[in-house]
Design a protein around this ligand. Structure first.
Ligand code: UTP
Length: 283
């Protein structure tokens, strides 16, 4: 019998306003912006499926309906291209639709990433789960057999059975854009988190190890999130809840292999577009 995966569910917080991409995001979700010909959110769902997760939860809000339509059949369009060479463009999306179940939950007020994750609690229940921020686009390593970032985290979860976050070293002057961790290196590239702080100024940052948008969380996080007061930017920050969790239980941070593009910023988005056009797109 096939081994059932330890982590089955993946949450995609996608309720944010995407102000850095205005006016493109005025009526269209940021997560639907395409890198070449595929929306950001589809790359994320493919990464979750690669890691064995088939229960996909989207945290959405007003103006995000296109996400639901994207993961649904489009009869008219499919009828039109049936049997033509264009059908291959739908292979990847059909694969995720055939293998995943989708649940949509609305975050009525955008009170921050921590609050968005808490909105997903009814779908997650008492089991470990993953979180992907689709605007952090993670490409698989170009060397070796490693899979994408979330699969690397999942492999570590099997060993350590605790919350695990992906990190990356960023230039010192950029710490103000990230959650930053400090901790002890317990194995190559794996840190036992001691502390973390959201968006510190470079002079206050304990390290330059930044949290990026891939998390494995144990369900105790919901209790911590409920007790988390609004922090940086007046939002309920996942970093603040994880900080508490790290002080009372084990939280690991791992330098994942592969390349990450910050597609929430215009510069990162352009870099990703060039990279995927050269390396991923079947011309
Ligand atoms: P960002 O900080 O990138 O915010 O959120 P944003 O609104 O998407 O983009 P900008 O900064 O205005 O350009 C990080 C992630 O958390 C989600 C976002 O959708 C994004 O995936 N998020 C943030 C929520 O789902 N709800 C929130 O209340 C805040």
């Amino acid at each position: 019998m096939a081994k059932s995966p330890l982590i089955r569910k993946c949450l995609f917080p996608a309720a944010g306003y995407g102000t850095r991409f205005l006016p493109a995001t005025k009526a269209m979700p940021k997560e639907m912006l395409p890198i070449v010909n595929k929306p950001l959110i589809q790359y994320g769902v493919e990464e979750a499926l690669e890691a064995g997760m088939t229960q996909i939860g989207f945290i959405t809000g007003r103006g995000k309906r296109a996400i639901g339509d994207h993961f649904d059949t489009s009869y008219e369009l499919e009828h039109q291209i049936q049997g033509t060479s264009k059908e291959r463009y739908l292979d990847d999306i059909r694969n995720v639709m055939d293998n995943c179940d989708f649940v949509f939950m609305r975050q009525r007020e955008m009170l921050g990433l921590g609050h968005a994750i808490l909105t997903g609690e009814p779908m997650i229940g008492p089991e470990p789960f993953a979180v992907i921020l689709a605007d952090d686009l993670c490409a698989a390593p170009t060397e070796g057999d490693d899979k994408k970032a979330l699969s690397q985290l999942t492999a570590l979860y099997e060993r350590y059975q605790c919350s695990i976050i992906a990190i990356e070293e960023v230039p010192n002057e950029d710490t103000g854009s990230y959650g930053i961790i400090s901790g002890d290196e317990i194995a190559d590239g794996i840190y036992q988190v001691k502390d973390m702080v959201e968006k510190p100024n470079p002079e206050d940052a304990p390290t330059n190890m930044a949290i990026i948008g891939r998390y494995i969380l144990t369900p105790e996080i919901f209790g911590y999130l409920r007790n988390t007061k609004p922090g940086a930017n007046g939002e309920i920050q996942i970093t603040d809840a994880l900080r508490q969790l790290a002080q009372e239980r084990q939280v690991l941070a791992v330098k994942f292999k592969g390349r990450r593009f910050d597609c929430g910023s215009v510069e990162g988005f352009i870099e990703a577009t060039n990279y995927y056009y050269e390396n991923d797109y079947i011309k």
